[in-house]
Design a protein around this ligand. Structure first.
Ligand SMILES: [Zn+2]
Ligand SMILES: [Zn+2]
Length: 317
């Protein structure tokens, strides 16, 4: 499938892709319901993956709190849409995680998430909320840096990082809503970096709806933006010759989740791919968490390096 936005159609190198109504959009900003849908999916998954039941159940609670905070809170400061024009014009990520982290008030989003969670967490998680409320602003910022850089952080504070990540996600999803329009498809050399915030994708997703039916997108784990990538192509090295698909199966050989690892023999990396053709409610981030066993399996085998970045699940050393 060819892809381009209407402006590029005139000059792009594939020749004459028509400006057809069926052209899937190159970049899709997150919907308002991104966290509520994720919460629903995580709840489902917590009922299906017994070994991760509590973890996924807690993550479902967190996603619901993210939804409430995104829907109900109006932050005191948001960037003006004109602030993004220059970046959008020059094909640079307008919401770069490094450029913006110091300027924005993500900690108020965190407090709001903790408030929304307060009445809904069990004894096991309550200490996490208390610890986070006790940390000073500088320590929280240091944790945010660790999350955004994919570093495991100090061992004693590692358990707090998914909650820090949840606040950063709300902050960035909110900022995508201030963009005057979606960015263009990223340039070739940056094809596997989010065109909004510059993060690596958590996984890719095959859609089933409307113009995007059967089309594959990379999904950002920070800002939930999705951007087009041809199917059966390695997101890291761009080759297609040695791709294989590996999933988790039950004893009867039936797929457990609509999630597979797309492994590339050329660069020895893999990125997971989730298909809504298998399950309409599948969510790249939720299904990535639920298919942790697949990463463990590939990790033990030692042949392929994971390229996906899930801020909710940064592994320790
Ligand atoms: Zn992003
Ligand atoms: Zn590759």
């Amino acid at each position: 499938m060819k892809h381009s936005d209407s402006k590029d159609n005139v000059e792009h190198s594939y020749g004459s892709a028509p400006v057809g109504i069926m052209d899937p959009p190159a970049v899709v900003l997150p919907e308002n319901s991104v966290f509520s849908k994720r919460a629903k999916r995580l709840r489902e998954l917590s009922g299906r993956v017994a070994s991760l039941r509590d973890f996924l159940g807690f993550m479902a609670r967190v996603a619901l709190a993210q939804h409430q905070v995104l829907a109900s809170r109006t932050p005191e400061w948001l960037p003006d849409s004109s602030a993004f024009e220059l970046a959008l014009e020059h094909n640079m990520a307008p919401l770069g995680i490094h450029a913006l982290r110091r300027d924005i008030d993500w900690q108020t989003e965190l407090t709001a998430i903790l408030d929304a969670l307060e009445l809904h967490v069990g004894q096991a998680q309550r200490p996490l909320l208390i610890r986070l409320r006790e940390l000073n602003s500088a320590s929280l910022d240091a944790l945010a840096d660790d999350v955004l850089e994919g570093r495991p952080g100090p061992e004693k504070l590692r358990g707090l990082m998914p909650l820090v990540a949840s606040a950063l996600q709300v902050t960035w999803v909110r900022m995508t809503q201030a963009l005057p329009r979606p960015p263009k498809r990223p340039p070739h050399e940056a094809r596997s970096l989010c065109p909004c915030c510059g993060s690596a994708p958590v996984a890719s997703v095959i859609h089933i709806d409307g113009k995007r039916s059967g089309v594959r997108y990379l999904h950002c784990g920070i800002c939930a933006t999705e951007w087009y990538l041809e199917r059966a192509k390695c997101s890291v090295c761009d080759r297609s010759d040695d791709l294989n698909y590996l999933g988790l199966e039950d004893e009867a050989g039936k797929a457990v989740l609509p999630m597979q690892a797309e492994t590339c023999g050329d660069c020895q990396s893999y990125l997971k791919i989730v298909s809504r053709e298998w399950n309409a409610g599948a969510d790249p981030l939720a299904d990535d968490l639920a298919s942790l066993a697949l990463d463990l399996m590939l990790g033990e085998e030692g042949k392929f390096q994971r390229s996906g970045f899930n801020p909710m699940l940064i592994a320790g050393e």
